[in-house]
Design a protein. Sequence first.
Length: 187
Amino acid sequence: MDHKWYVVRAVSGKERKVKEAIENEVVRQNLTDYIPQVLIPSEKVYEMRNGKKRVRERNFFPGYVLVQADFSNGEVMHLVTNKELIPNVIGFLSATGSSTTKDPLPLRQAEVNRILGKVDEVEEYEEKLDTPFIVGESVKVMDGPFSGFTGTVEEVFEDRKKLNVTVKIFGRNTPVELNYIQVEKED
């Protein structure tokens, strides 16, 4: 079988429903040999809201779902583009944009490697802060012995997810090293 990766356009925000619908139909129609994998390239990001760490998933390519498929069986193409079976699908991505033609354009292997490499890299790294800190901005300490203090970011160590923050303690500026999750941006 000749499996290639194709891009399916979906209604933005409905990518997960499209992925689940495709996977369910593939199993139901016993076509797992023809569509072994459906993927939404995404990453986990966390953000601080009211002193609480919230984790959410953010898509790299909103409105797109990747499908590894072999279209030698005519039912496979029909399954993915059938709007009754798979709601919220717009069509395949082709050289001209959206395509409902019989020949969608497969991704080049270099593109696939880059996308899959990015997904693997993110899974290894696990979490990424959605709103990185900037030197000179004001932050509020939410956790630890300096909880409740406000300070100014002096240095950002993105590789270690730490900050050097200057806080005023007893009227003196004192440098403190804190984790990203210990502080929140001031509004």
